[in-house]
Design a protein around this ligand. Structure first.
Ligand SMILES: Nc1ncnc2c1ncn2[C@@H]1O[C@H](COP(=O)(O)OP(=O)(O)OC[C@H]2O[C@@H]([n+]3cccc(C(=O)O)c3)[C@H](O)[C@@H]2O)[C@@H](O)[C@H]1O
Ligand SMILES: Nc1ncnc2c1ncn2[C@@H]1O[C@H](COP(=O)(O)OP(=O)(O)OP(=O)(O)O)[C@@H](O)[C@H]1O
Ligand SMILES: NC(=O)CC[C@H](N)C(=O)O
Length: 690
């Protein structure tokens, strides 16, 4: 983290801007190639990139064949390298260029690292392809055949080897390794070892000719290598100008990060190209830290890793504020409809599968569920009905109860009945007001005598009476209670502990975030599996405002809920965003705010998940983002862990994480939120002043 940078700067938040360039080349014309390399390097550095990767043998061109053995060409290459090195003195960037270099009486296919006017290191190719269309062993020696670990070039002696890692002390987390094309095609690429030794940015200078289907293969290799090494993987394949005597070239550039594709060039392009992405170095370090098997692999290769050499670069972190990276507004809900449907299919089936297994092992054929007419109990009811279908049991074995209280609106009550009828479950209604009043009177609470005192006790008495009824109904009917509370509510502690909706025998929604629930219901509607009437009710439920309906509406409020959940705990859209980045990656609050600002600050651009109501498609300014993030931090870290520590069983649905103490999230119930609140309060003070 660069503490001295303003909040808006990407380098303050652990990002680094990296670029891959595909210049035009001329075969055996190093002077021209150097000029194009310098031009693109200047453009990339002017855009804030601190690293610019170029293709394999780009200074000579890759497709020189036996021209590589001509002294005039090799002299011209060295001259060009010296020129590019000199030009790098005015750029705040590490340049990685490809060239054939003479060394120890042989020729090596090299990646040359240039920074601040100097050649800082040279990496020879480890694996020379010599099969099918490739003849590299005819011209080059491999890294392992070098005698010395330094090379003399352009009057300098510099480190030489496949074991070099470049670090920039001013950009924490930036540690760069370089390999060359075929190196990635091998079972154990050099970059794998570099990653274990700490390299976070793995670069590949390539001259991969194109054939049908090969682009997909390269993409899979790069994305796979970035995932396996928990690193960024940058790839630059030669294009425009390479010889088409027998082959063709597509100029394929890629930037991947831990399995995600961040940027890709346009292939077969007639123009030179630069692709740029802001790589999240902190995310990579966070994931390596939590994936402890990564560390086990380090132990296996300790001797080899210890021998790797580190070279410090005099780079500075530039101030860059236009984040070049997609930040999804809904981290739990993909925008792409096909991907979203796939996720919904998985989530829904995981929920159904979880409940089926629990019913089998508990030897019960019935479930009890409270149906409010809200989103969560609707989804849980659909899952319960589906579980009965799969078990070959009648849907009437779902014992569904709607239990109106003091604040139940006619809309949710009507929807609850219509839904139970449409699904063909056993539908019942229990008025909880008499038992709730009894309890309020027993407590000596004024509401027991009709006084309008609507405090937390008043709310929890109703939630408690419902839960108490459901558990005793389960005893009576030899059934289990299906829980309905979702992940977002658990994160915020927005549920009534113990004898309340926090408890169930099995909670199918426990790891489903609120922002996903509505899409699960939409997915079920689209599938048509529940019929037209059910679909009509489901559509109405989707359109109902979220409320716990525990506080009565006033006389003139038109039967609308007095308690609007999102006015109290914040918009679920923002709280799910906060939840994801804080629990999945452990980011500090200011970084979450920075990401939220990019995702939610300007909503005129970027995609929305289809079907999302217009009212939910709104922007949030930075003060609003910070306000609700602070609410999240206080509720999540300070007051609600005890509710999660005692949460019932339920299946983990998403890779984003669950909050079960037996799963993704173990935390003490008596921790303090002080460090998180202090961090965000410093930021609030800072942006106010700014
Ligand atoms: N660390 C800790 N370890 C053990 N116990 C701890 C504790 N911190 C507080 N407590 C105790 O826990 C109690 C507070 O927890 P709790 O009884 O749950 O009550 P509380 O969290 O204060 O209230 C529940 C809230 O959830 C809302 N709610 C309820 C039901 C459904 C929904 C919905 O929309 O889905 C929302 C409701 O509107 C209300 O604001 C207090 O008695 C407190 O002393
Ligand atoms: N009127 C009601 N009838 C039956 N059960 C209810 C009723 N109100 C709440 N519940 C039960 O308590 C759970 C929590 O209720 P609440 O409405 O406060 O929050 P919610 O998380 O928004 O749930 P939902 O979306 O299902 O309404 C519900 O899922 C449901 O199981
Ligand atoms: N230049 C290279 O090393 C090319 C080899 C690589 N296997 C490819 O086909 O793209």
């Amino acid at each position: 983290m660069n503490h001295t940078h303003p909040f808006q700067s990407i380098y303050r938040h652990g990002f680094a801007r990296l670029a891959v360039a595909i210049p035009a080349v001329r075969i055996a014309e190093p002077a021209f190639n150097a000029e194009r390399t310098i031009a693109l390097a200047r453009r990339a550095a002017a855009a804030g990139a601190v690293l610019v990767l170029f293709p394999e043998l780009g200074i000579s061109a890759y497709s020189n064949d036996d021209l590589f053995q001509q002294t005039a060409l090799l002299d011209a290459v060295e001259q060009a390298v010296a020129e590019i090195a000199a030009a790098s003195s005015e750029l705040n960037a590490l340049l990685l260029i490809g060239a054939p270099l003479r060394h120890e009486g042989r020729l090596f296919n090299c990646a040359i690292a240039l920074c601040n006017g100097h050649i800082v290191g040279v990496t020879p190719k480890s694996y020379l392809p010599n099969y099918r269309e490739f003849y590299e062993k005819r011209h080059f020696a491999a890294a392992r055949d070098a005698i010395n670990d330094t090379i003399r070039i352009a009057g300098q002696t510099v480190p030489f080897g496949a074991d070099l890692i470049y670090e920039a002390p001013a950009i924490p987390g930036l540690a760069v390794h370089v390999e060359i094309c075929e190196d990635l095609w091998t079972p154990l690429p050099p970059s794998t070892f570099a990653a274990l030794a700490g390299a976070t940015v793995l670069c590949n200078l390539s001259a991969s000719n194109i054939t049908i289907g090969k682009a997909d293969y390269r993409r899979a290799l790069c994305m796979g290598q970035s995932a396996r090494t928990i690193a960024a993987y940058l790839y630059s394949a030669a294009g425009l100008g390479e010889s088409t005597t027998d082959l063709a070239w597509d100029g394929h550039a890629l930037i991947c990060e831990n399995g995600d594709l961040l940027a890709e060039s346009q292939r077969f392009c007639d123009e030179e190209q630069i692709i740029v992405a802001d790589v999240d170095l902190e995310r990579l370090q966070q994931d390596r830290m939590r994936q402890t098997s990564f560390s086990d692999s380090i132990g296996d290769y300790r001797e080899r890793l210890r021998a790797m050499r580190t070279i410090a670069l005099p780079l500075t972190a530039p101030i860059v504020t236009d984040l070049r990276r997609d930040v999804a507004r809904f981290p739990y809900v993909p925008n792409d409809p096909a991907t979203r449907d796939e996720r919904c299919y998985e989530a829904y089936n995981i929920q159904v599968h979880g409940l089926i297994q629990r019913m089998r092992s508990a030897k019960v054929e019935k479930v009890v569920i409270g149906v409010s007419g809200g989103l969560d109990s609707t989804q849980a009811l659909i899952v319960a009905a589906r579980a009965m279908d799969r078990l070959g049991l009648p849907r009437r074995n779902v014992l569904a109860y709607t239990m109106p209280g003091f604040a139940t609106s006619s809309q949710t009550r009507t929807n609850a009945h219509a839904l139970m009828a449409a699904l063909g479950v056993s539908a019942h209604e229990i008025d909880i007001r008499p038992s709730a009043l009894q309890m309020l009177r027993d407590l000596g609470h004024p509401a027991g005598e009709g006084a309008p005192v609507y405090d937390v006790t008043f709310e929890n008495v109703q939630a408690g009476e419902r839960t108490s009824h459901l558990f005793r109904l389960a005893n009576y009917h030899n059934a289990i209670v299906v829980g309905t509370g979702d992940l977002s509510e658990l994160a915020l502690g927005w549920c009534t502990y113990g004898v309340g909706d926090q408890m169930a025998h099995y909670n199918v929604n426990a790891s489903v975030p609120k922002t996903l629930i509505q899409h699960l219901i939409r997915y079920v509607i689209r599938s048509g599996e529940l019929g037209e009437e059910a679909n009509r009710v489901l559509a109405d439920i989707l359109a109902t405002e979220i409320s716990p309906e525990l506080v009565p509406a006033t006389a003139n409020s038109d039967d609308k809920p007095a308690q609007r959940t999102e006015e109290i705990i914040g918009p679920y859209a923002l709280q799910d965003f906060n939840l994801y980045y804080i629990t999945r990656y452990g980011f500090r609050p200011s970084k979450v705010a920075f990401l939220a600002m990019h995702a939610w600050g300007d909503t005129s651009a970027g995609a929305w998940p289809e079907g999302l109501p217009a009212a939910d498609r709104r922007a949030y300014d930075l003060p609003t983002i910070l306000h609700w993030l602070r609410v999240f931090l206080y509720r999540f870290f300070q007051i609600s862990q005890f509710k999660r520590s005692a949460m019932p069983n339920g299946p983990k649905v998403g890779s984003g994480g669950a909050l079960s103490p037996r799963g993704d999230w173990r935390a003490p119930s008596d921790a303090s939120a002080a460090v998180w609140l202090a961090e965000i309060d410093r930021l609030i003070a800072e942006v106010d002043v700014g």
